[in-house]
Structures are given as C-alpha cells and as structure tokens.
Design a protein around this ligand. Sequence first.
Ligand code: CTP
Length: 401
Amino acid sequence: MPLAGKRLLLVISGGIAAYKSLDLIRRFRERGAEVRPVMTAGAQQFVTPLAVGALSSGHVYTELFSREDEQDVGHIRLARDCDLIVVAPATADLMAKMANGLADDLASTILLATDRPVLVAPAMNPKMWVHPATRRNVETLRKDGLTFIGPNAGEMAESGEAGLGRMAEPLEIVAEAERLLEDGAKPLSGRKAVVTSGPTHEPIDPVRYIANRSSGRQGHAIAAALARLGADVTLVSGPVTLADPPGVEVIHVERASEMLDAVLSALPADIAVMVAAVADWRVATPNMEKIKKQPGEGPPPLMLAENPDILKTVGHHEKRPKVVVGFAAETQDVESNGRIKLQKKGADLIVANDVSPETGIMGGTRNSVKLITADGIEAWPELAKDDVAGRLADWIAARLT
Ligand code: CTP
C-alpha cells in the first residue's frame, strides 16, 4: 500500500475537471493518504472550498497572503512537507506559470518552492493542449523532472469538441501516484551517489581565472537521472548557469581543490560519476590583488601547479564506491585514450566522447559516446544529453544489482 500514511498536497486549478478532484480526494484517502488541498482562484469558480474541505477533512489553502494560513503552516512548509504534489486538474495557464517560474498566487508559489516530486494531470481544450506554447511548456516541465498523467482523449464537457484534453480519471491518477511513491520499484532507492559537473575556475587574481568550455549539462542531467531512479544524489557543481536539478543536494564550488573536498565529504557512496571538466592546472600562487599592466615589463609569467585528480583519488580511495564512472573528453584517439584512463583512474567505466570543436559536444545539448569497460567497448548513437544520462543511470543500476 504505497499511499498508506503518505502526505499528498493536491493543487486544484480552475477547470471543469475540478469536479473530478473531489472524487480523487476520496480515492486517495481510502488508500490511507493524507490530502492537503490548495485551490487557485479559478478552481473556486468550479468547486467550493467547503466541498473540498469536507472531503479532505482539513483546512483548504487558497491565499498566499493570508495571515491565518501563513501562521498555520506557511507556503514554504506547504511546498516541502509532503511526499508528493499532485496538480489535478492542471490548466494550460498554471502549466505556463510553472514552466516559466511565475509565482503570483499560492499554488504557483508552492510549485516553485517545492523540492518534492510533482505529478501533473492536465485538463484543457484539445486546441490548447496541441498549441505550440503548451507543447513547449510541457517539454520544459518534463525536463525539469515533473511527471505527467494524461490528458486522455474524449469529448470535452463544455464544448463537445473531441481530442486530447480530458483529465485522466481519478483511479489512473491514484495508480500513477502509487507508482511514484513505491520506493521498492525504483532500482536505485537506498543508494547514494556523488556526481561532479561543470568546469572549475582556478583564480589568477581576484578578477581573472582559468576555465574551460564545459556547460555542466551532461553532469546535471546524470544527477537528475540517478535521482529519478531513487538514488540519494549529491551533485558537486562548478560554476554553471544551469538550475539545480530537482530532488538533488547540490554543493556549489569553484576550484578543483574545493570540488575534491566536497566529493570526499560525500563518501561513503555506492556510485561516483565524475563528469566535471576539472582544470588540470591551477595558478600556483594566485595574486591577492588584480595584476596591473606594468609599462615596459610585458605580460606577467604564470607559474602553474597540478590540480588533484578527483576521479583518480575516488577510484583508489579506501571508501571507493562500488561503481566509479569517469568521462574522457578527447579530441583524438578516443578509444585508446579512454582505455588508458579506465586503468589509470581506477574506474569501472569510462564514457568517452570526442570533443573536437566540429562535434559541438562541449557546451552543446547532444552527445555521442562510447562506453569503455574492462569487457570491451559499446558505442551509443548520438543522443540528447538527457537521454545519455537516462541510459547511463540504467546502466549503473543494472551494474549494481
Ligand atoms: N578528472 C578529475 N580530476 C581532474 C581531472 C579529470 O576528476 N583533475 C576526471 C574528469 O571528471 C573525467 C576524467 O577525469 O571523468 C577524465 O577527464 P579528462 O579531462 O578527459 O582527462 P584528464 O585526466 O584531464 O587527462 P588529459 O587531460 O590528459 O586528457
């Protein structure tokens, strides 16, 4: 009974399908879940807070700026104090707000402030569902790690138009919520993972640094994919412009030495995936003040020192994780260099990729990788970095079990 004792936050937004949310509350409660309802202003045009409150037998949250509600729980606690957030029905408008990070009422603020899994059950007119704006928003929300159920095909209650747009039935939503909450069903639940991502910045002086072109996309996607499979993930990220992935603990660092410290403090772990493009060298003694141009003296010499090799340290550590994965960014001899790295770094797997400028991989959204293990080489087709991450997380899960 995955729903027994679980705390659900049910966000009801304004559509005719809101009447089905009343049944949804009953179904959740029959299975032993506690339901805290949040209603948008639109939702209250379709069903009353009185009815919702009677069925959930508790307080119904409707206002962002209500002194009473804020004193009772507060919107940040509402956003975090639950096992799962279910948005049913989710209107096109609410999804657009979610996809763009708007927070102008209680429901959208909770959805922006939460770090809990979110299940979305859209309901809208079929033309709105297929509109490019909605397609974009759904795509964004999927990438952000939200799960969708429905909409189903059928006739619309209000217009009689047919097509995709009907909210999924309450029992379908319940089944999907059960699936999401079923810990045992996730192959990496109970496992701990540490992932590095992004570049490192090695200071020359307070304003200048040595860095590289890594965007962090691949590492962040891997952290998110491992978390989706149930792992407890610590992501150690160098400076990137990406959002922290949902459901992942993120430690932000700048230099390789800080990255190493953060990774070691995350051990013991079952899985280490070192994706960061760590700068191999740092400036031996960064200047405390900005280096000034000195007339007639030419550019200052920079004395470099070698940075710690984080993957190699982890691969040979006494607390070595069961599965250690490294990346090999190469511009030539991808396979043979990858094999050498597998050995030298003490890794179980090297994911090798060709980062020659013409491939567009470094900083881009797609990747073409070869998996190098002691058993041989497996080439994957070119995939989106998110898909490489998903397949790699599956590979790791299979290896662990
Ligand atoms: N790596 C690391 N710490 C370093 C350098 C690299 O943890 N100081 C990790 C990377 O995260 C990656 C792997 O080692 O998983 C290989 O990185 P790459 O830059 O390809 O290799 P290098 O060890 O730097 O070797 P080279 O520069 O000679 O190719």
